[in-house]
Write a protein that binds this ligand. Structure first.
Ligand code: ADP
Ligand code: MG
Length: 350
């Protein structure tokens, strides 16, 4: 697939402080990319450099191979749904949605027809004459989306567009966004700090931390085989065992940890400090075919989560979170042996 958006050694400083480190990033045509990271990590800055609302301190931004670094937003094939999705309160919904088309010089009748069609696309058929104040938060959000999509951007930029919505509505809008994206064929770049949202909508997640890309890939790969400790802990919960490599040969390393030594697949120099990372659902109560024994754990606390039990366990002063099937009937104070499959252990450096 050809690149729709390309960052070439793009960086951004504000007052001499680097908020985006020099980075490369390619986004394919028709891809749904999510920029995921904590507040202040540089997500909005990255998005704004695609849309033209921020200009890089160095490097070039290309769209469809064309250097757009010096083009203003209106001359880029992009549209943005901002975090506060400000609609024009004094205009009808149809006028709101048709705003960009008016700017492009489209005639009134055509504009109105297009606005109605866009409203229908976001599930607000026949709402064109209504006012903004007559809408719920979720409906306003959809109008903002319709407005951005009306100009048929090649790239739609979405900055935490669902942040203000309650959980049920957010889930519904996530599904609708995915549907809209597939139907329109546009490239979506969506910013969020919510890892569950990122996993449920992205073709590819870009994990951002302190202006750097920590990891990027399909949600399942980033979740199961995170490339960095930050990615492992930000994308859902992880158990992290700090250790030191004592032996290394033939694709296997021995790592000394607070729980003892473990031989696991991996490559690292002897004496290197590493971390063994396991997801809560990867800790097992029975022995897997090829696995390691983590040790005898005491169940300190547990909470019923409906689909599973979340147990806080401890082995030799090390805290571990276990996600156990409800059917195991664990109780606080119980001592269990925890195992992990070799294939699940991720070895990461500092
Ligand atoms: P995010 O969207 O991930 O929360 P931002 O891209 O908004 O992060 O901000 C990244 C960093 O850049 C933050 O430290 C923020 O304070 C800083 N920053 C963003 N915009 C400006 C600006 N216009 N002037 C100065 N600093 C800014
Ligand atoms: Mg932001």
């Amino acid at each position: 697939m050809k690149d729709r958006v390309e960052f070439r050694r793009v960086s951004k400083d504000y007052d001499g402080i680097a908020v985006v480190a020099p980075l490369d990033l390619s986004i394919a045509a028709g891809e749904f990319v999510v920029l995921l990271g904590p507040s202040g990590s540089g997500k909005t800055t990255l998005l704004n450099m695609i849309g033209g609302f921020a200009s890089p301190s160095a490097g070039r931004v290309l769209i469809d191979g064309l250097d757009v670094t010096d083009l203003p937003p209106a001359r880029r094939p992009t549209a943005t749904v901002f975090q506060d999705y400000a609609l024009f309160p004094h205009m009808s919904l149809a006028a709101n949605v048709g705003f960009g088309l008016r700017m492009q010089g489209m005639g009134k009748a055509e504009r109105q027809a297009k606005a109605e069609a866009m409203l229908e696309l976001v599930g607000l058929k026949g709402f064109g004459k209504r006012g903004v104040h007559q809408l719920s938060g979720g409906q306003r959000q959809r109008v903002a989306l319709a407005r951005a999509m009306a100009v048929e951007p090649k790239v739609l930029l979405l900055d935490e567009p669902l942040g203000a919505l309650d959980l049920a509505l957010r889930r519904q809008m996530q599904e609708e966004l995915v549907r809209l994206q597939k139907r329109s064929g546009a490239t979506f770049v969506h910013v969020t700090h919510d890892q569950e949202e990122a996993m449920s909508i992205a073709d590819r997640i870009v994990v951002v931390n302190k202006g750097r890309i920590e990891d990027m890939g399909p949600p399942s790969r980033v979740y199961l085989k995170p490339a960095s400790l930050f990615a492992a802990t930000f994308m859902g919960e992880s158990n992290v065992l700090a250790g030191r490599v004592t032996e290394s040969s033939g694709g296997e390393i021995k790592v000394e940890t607070a729980l003892g030594g473990f031989v696991v697949p991996g490559q690292a120099c002897p004496d290197a400090s590493v971390h063994l990372v396991l997801r809560p659902e990867q800790l097992q109560l029975s022995r897997p075919e090829q696995g390691i024994i983590l040790g005898q754990a005491r169940v300190e606390e547990l909470s019923f989560q409906g689909t599973h039990c979340r147990c806080h366990c401890r082995i030799a002063g090390q805290d571990l979170i276990l996600r156990a099937p409800v059917s195991t009937g664990l109780t606080a104070g119980q001592v269990v042996t925890l195992h992990a499959a070799l294939g699940d252990v991720v070895v990461l450096g500092d």
